[in-house]
Design a protein around this ligand. Structure first.
Ligand code: ASP
Length: 311
């Protein structure tokens, strides 16, 4: 029985440059990451399940207005917030996912509800919302998801006729995610996003796709991705890391290095991922300028970073 435990979270990758950040803004982002890390860590420390820890961490990130998920979800082309999320339990490969949901306060919990129910894995749009109503999940009005900054980004993207992959520049991704190992050796992963500013109505990215944006298997690792979804879908990124470990015997570090720095770079795909294996090794890999990220394990203090720097 494993006694090691740990959690890692991300709040998106991209062109996140120190010179464009104020110390106040940096403190806000780090505070948001720390709160999420600690929410998941507390579950693990008390002997809880990895799958509950990632749900708690992602709920925190969804409630935090500065990341692109839940409350902070970006506007699509028609001025709505369409959110995607998924969760996977490495113990039994159970999974749940939702895409294109509106007004749901915590899409990750809806994904978990679908996983727990077990009848289906993936529900979209109105069907997912109906299921959420049956399960008494919280809904919010449009005003809950509104922020002037997001609105301005959307207007800017409309003016320029571009899809904006982020909060601000065309190269930042604000998706959130968490991966965890519990004391019993179970791995789990969860990812949640508002997608891409000014995305076409109905567009679905990698985040809700099991195997692309999210994957967990107790035999190998748990992975949550952030980046240009269209590429991450085609590269089946999260499962690829697990498969390289399972079939090629690669270590987590080698598999992440190969997929993020070679495979994705060759496809000109920008982004990153967080991952943890059953030995509690944690890899936070990205090929962009930065990634909002952090982790905490085995009674140690949290480690948090934003820019390209060794941890
Ligand atoms: N991967 C997400 C998507 O394409 C975007 C992100 O990571 O911010 O929907």
């Amino acid at each position: 029985m494993s006694k090691k435990f740990g959690i890692a979270v991300h709040g998106g990758a991209g062109t996140i440059l120190q010179q464009e950040m104020t110390p106040e803004k940096e403190a806000i982002y780090k505070g948001g990451l720390e709160e999420a890390i600690n929410a998941g860590y507390r579950v693990l420390e008390a002997g809880g399940l990895a799958v509950d820890a990632v749900e708690q961490a992602v709920r925190c990130l969804e409630d935090f207005p500065y990341f692109n998920a839940g409350k902070g979800a970006v506007f699509n082309h028609t001025g709505e917030h369409e959110m995607d999320a998924s969760i996977m339990n490495g113990f039994d490969l159970a999974a749940g996912a939702v895409s294109g949901v509106k007004h749901i306060r915590n899409p990750v919990s809806l994904a978990k509800e679908i996983m727990t129910d077990g009848t289906h894995v993936f529900l979209g749009g109105e069907g997912a919302e109906e299921f959420a109503r049956e399960r008494n999940l919280s809904f919010e009005e449009d005003s809950y998801f509104f922020s002037q900054e997001r609105y301005d980004q959307w207007q800017h993207a409309i003016e320029k006729n571009v899809m904006q992959l982020d909060h601000g520049s065309e190269k930042k991704f604000g998706t959130v995610g968490a991966v965890a190992l519990d004391k019993e050796g179970n791995l789990a992963a969860a990812t949640s996003t508002g997608g891409i500013t000014n995305k076409r109505f109905g567009r679905i990215g990698d985040s809700p796709m099991i195997g692309s944006g999210t994957y967990a298997n107790n035999k190998t690792c748990a992975v949550s991705c952030t980046g240009h979804g269209e590429y991450f879908i085609r590269a089946v990124v999260a499962y690829d890391i697990s498969a390289l470990m399972e079939y090629k015997g690669m270590l987590l570090k080698e598999a992440c290095e190969y997929v993020v720095q070679k495979k994705l770079v060759n496809m000109r795909a920008e982004g990153g991922l967080i991952s943890i294996d059953r030995f509690c090794n944690i890899e936070l890999s990205f090929n962009s300028d930065g990634m909002y990220r952090g982790y905490r394990k085995n009674h140690e203090l949290p480690v948090i970073a934003i820019y390209r720097q060794p941890l």
